[in-house]
Design a protein around this ligand. Structure first.
Ligand code: ATP
Ligand code: MG
Length: 447
């Protein structure tokens, strides 16, 4: 077991000393039992919200969740969500319970939770409460609904995606009946808001088992990402590839670091392949133009899922460029760094490496080329280069002093100077740049 942070122990003690039941519950108990550090600590208690507030009088309180029985207490800078034991009322919209009702029974509270591994409670003084066999499922690596799966997924369709998400993040298999129910009820995912779908998918894609989940549950994911379906089983008929498009995609997904933008780009990079497929006279398949097609589809998907603009733009650009060659020369690498920045460059190279590793074994030899390109990038960056107009050794004021009026023409001159610096044709030094401007101007000006 992980050592509990002091504020957590303090909060449990205070509630218990005031005569209430109090314990940790849900995801943090699951993570503690797996020996992992929980992201956050949720407490549950028999105290009513106003009683919880009284116990923590003097501490900073946030009341935003009060309607659902949650008081957030700030102790030593740590935010703890403390929720009164409750049961959900009926669900009329497959999204949110119509009402919640408080209960004196912790077991009843655990019964409303989604999966057995998320339905355990624990406190140092009282030990583990595990009425649904969560601990055994945790040890066996199994995700299983609490209660009747079909009923639970009908109540709340988001649980369908949560099941796939936890299967990916915990690398757990999905128990057979739970799996059958979620497959059958997958069409109910249309009731879930785009924001929630997107948030679950981000977590799913960053899980260690993401590739497996994409392959095993394609049909279910197809409810929210129908664009994935044509990739399944799509034979590339090309000697560079030994996998169908979706299997290749799943391998790329697992081979890039778990950064949301990168995982999304990996998932979506070859979406356009089925649509761009052509066969030549020798019977070999080609996918000319597929990155642009994939990028257009990516953009549309991320709009539909209401991803932030920054994420959408980065992912779309990664998809667009995933297959574009970068020459192993300083000028070419400097151009990519100049246009996209060092962080994007790193992500792009990670995607390209993974894409290459997921090709047929005989064609996985691009890695050395990528080593060279990355070495060049390190050289360039260590030289503290000029990569954009801001870093250029001259600016508009300098040109004005030479008699060039501000305006579009001045912008053109500055951009041409930057190009010359990026190409290595000119050093990024004031005197040299001004000299070049004068020369060009004198020859361009009549007389
Ligand atoms: P994470 O590590 O992502 O925080 P978590 O298990 O803590 O995982 P949360 O979404 O924070 O997940 O939810 C906290 C707990 O609330 C869950 O462990 C589960 O017991 C319960 N829960 C959350 N969402 C649902 C739901 N849609 N249906 C039933 N129970 C849920
Ligand atoms: Mg949580």
């Amino acid at each position: 077991m992980y050592e509990l942070p002091a504020p957590v122990t303090l909060a449990l003690d205070r509630l218990q000393e005031a005569g209430y039941e109090a314990c940790l519950v849900g995801g943090c108990v699951r993570d503690l039992l797996r020996g992992q550090r929980p992201q956050d600590y949720d407490l549950t208690t028999s105290a009513r919200p106003e009683q919880t507030e009284a116990v923590f009088a003097g501490a900073q309180l946030v009341e935003t969740g009060l309607r659902h029985g949650t008081v957030t207490v700030l102790l030593d800078g740590m935010a703890l969500e403390i929720t009164t034991f409750r049961v959900d009322g009926s669900y009329s919209d497959a999204r949110r319970p119509d009402a919640v009702r408080f209960t004196p029974s912790l077991c009843e509270d655990l019964a409303r939770r989604d999966f057995t591994v998320n339905a355990m409670a624990w406190a140092p003084r009282t030990g583990l409460l595990d009425p649904f066999g969560g601990r055994a499922d945790l040890e066996a690596g199994v995700l299983r609904c609490v209660g009747d799966p079909a009923r639970r997924f009908t109540e709340d369709a988001l649980r369908i995606l949560r099941a796939l998400r936890f299967s990916a993040t915990l690398d757990f298999s999905i128990e057979a009946e739970t799996g059958r129910a979620l497959r059958k009820l997958a069409p109910r995912l249309e009731l879930v808001s785009a924001e929630r779908v997107y948030s679950e998918l981000c977590k799913l894609l960053c899980g260690v088992g993401a590739g497996r989940v994409v392959l095993d549950w394609t049909e279910v994911l197809g409810q929210v990402l129908p664009e994935l379906l044509p990739m399944r089983g799509f034979d590339q008929r090309n000697r560079h590839h030994c996998y169908d498009v979706l299997t290749h995609t799943a391998r790329v997904l697992d081979a890039v670091p778990p950064v949301p933008e990168l995982r999304w780009a990996a998932l979506l990079h070859d979406l356009g392949k089925p649509g761009a497929f052509t066969l030549d006279e020798k019977g070999e398949g080609h996918f000319k133009g597929h990155p642009a097609l994939s990028a257009a589809m990516t953009e549309e998907i991320l709009r539909r899922l209401r991803a932030s603009r920054a994420v959408r733009e980065t992912v779309t650009e990664l998809v667009l460029l995933h297959d574009r060659q970068i020459e192993p020369t300083k000028a070419a690498v400097r151009r990519v760094l100049s246009r996209h920045g060092a962080e994007f460059f790193t992500r792009l190279m990670q995607l390209k490496r993974a894409d290459n590793l997921a090709q047929a074994p005989a064609y996985r030899d691009r890695q050395q080329l990528y080593d060279r390109i990355e070495a060049l990038a390190r050289d360039i960056l260590s030289e503290k280069p000029c990569l954009n107009l801001r870093e250029l050794a001259v600016d508009g004021h300098d040109l004005k002093a030479l008699g060039i009026p501000p305006g579009p023409a001045m912008g053109d001159i500055l951009r041409r100077l930057l190009e010359a610096v990026l190409d290595g044709a000119l050093p990024n030094e004031r005197a040299a740049l001004l000299e070049a401007v004068k020369k060009e101007h004198n020859t361009a000006a009549p007389g």
